[in-house]
Design a protein around this ligand. Structure first.
Ligand code: AQP
Length: 329
């Protein structure tokens, strides 16, 4: 079976609809057809200032959300990144493959570092995409299901893999980004030209927020001038975003939704989508609570996942170390 790896950061109290529709939904579907590895990337989470107890809590909440959303730990290998030491070990080798200029061109780093004084930006934030490359290459992943914002990081991963392979002999599989066009970028409800992102909480629907509040956020989403409910990303980014979310959560096509709302107003669309969202998040929240009720069991499940992940990761690391000229351990 083709291999899949993807990860998500435990940097918020809840995942949001963008994370789910852009990435996790594909993770769940790919369990059926691929050999899947999914991780909560806590090493990435410390690239910005953090609180240790909160990180531990968010790591468990993240794993619980993945399980509640349909990741099956018997089928997928679900683990926490810091429990597989091969990740930072391979990352060092990859750092030595990456050019400083190349890493400097990563737009996510540029965006995130532009907001603060450079002495407050960690070197870890700078090398973040290289660690991400190591995450992927360790598992010889063929596909990486992610949102559009990760495309550039995936290109870097391929470049690093290719460079290593040509310098030291074929070692790594070249991974491909797996990006589903319709949900590649879910937009902020208050600013439908910007990505829905945890950094701007106003227009974000969190999976674990009070369902009433979530419905209200949908009802107060910024829509566009005009009245017609049609999918037109250029002239009607707000309505188009709502239609994308609606379609992805219900399985109804955008064309069918346009027909169903023909002659009706934005208010109807938003009210109905609010209900769709409530119906989606309510059972997820109950399931998350039940996983969190037994943290010892959850930790056990994650430890098992880490063990399975290590078996694969250790093989790739050993081969890499041998190729670069380190003595056998
Ligand atoms: N708005 C989005 N639409 C589609 N996909 C998205 N993803 C994130 N936002 C959207 C995808 O979610 C996965 C997990 O991403 P992450 O762990 O990097 O989460 P994040 O990027 O920290 O989440 P945010 O909200 O996007 O954070 P900031 O504000 O820090 O940038 C990835 O596959 C990502 O593509």
């Amino acid at each position: 079976l083709p291999r899949v790896l993807s990860g998500i950061q435990p940097t918020a109290d809840s995942f949001h609809l963008g994370n789910y529709l852009g990435a996790i939904r594909q993770w769940v579907a790919m369990q059926e057809t691929h050999d899947t590895f999914y991780c909560v990337v806590d090493l990435h989470a410390i690239t910005v200032e953090h609180d240790p107890e909160l990180l531990r809590q968010r790591t468990r909440v993240s794993a619980a959300q993945l399980l509640a959303l349909g990741i099956d730990p018997d089928r997928a290998t679900l683990f926490v990144q810091s429990q597989v030491p091969e990740h930072p070990q391979l990352s060092w080798v990859m750092e030595c493959m990456a050019g400083f200029g190349e890493a400097s061109r990563m737009t996510q780093f540029k965006d995130k570092s532009a907001r603060q004084a450079l002495d407050r930006v960690s070197v870890g934030l700078f090398t973040y995409p290289v660690l991400q490359a190591a995450d992927i290459l360790l598992y010889q992943a063929n596909f990486v299901p992610v949102g559009e914002d990760q495309r550039q990081h995936l290109e870097l991963t391929r470049d690093l893999a290719q460079r290593f392979n040509s310098r030291f002999g074929r070692t790594f599989t070249l991974p491909e980004a797996y990006i589903v066009k319709d949900t590649a970028k879910i937009f902020d409800l208050q600013d439908p030209t910007a990505k829905m992102s945890k950094s701007v909480p106003a227009g974000v629907v969190e999976l674990l927020e009070d369902p009433k509040k979530a419905a209200k956020k949908i009802r107060s989403a910024v829509t566009d001038t005009g009245r017609e409910i049609v999918y037109d990303t250029e002239n009607k980014p707000g309505v188009s975003n709502l239609l994308s979310i609606y379609s992805a959560l219900t399985g109804k096509s955008v064309a069918d939704l346009e027909k169903a709302y023909d002659g009706r107003g934005y208010g109807d669309l938003k009210k109905d989508l609010g209900e769709v969202v409530v119906d989606f998040i309510t059972p997820v929240q109950a399931s998350v609570r039940s996983y969190l009720d037994d943290p010892a069991e959850l930790d056990k499940l994650l430890a098992k996942g880490a063990e399975r992940a290590r078996a694969v990761a250790a093989k790739t690391l050993a081969q890499t170390y041998e190729r670069v000229g380190f003595l056998a351990g």
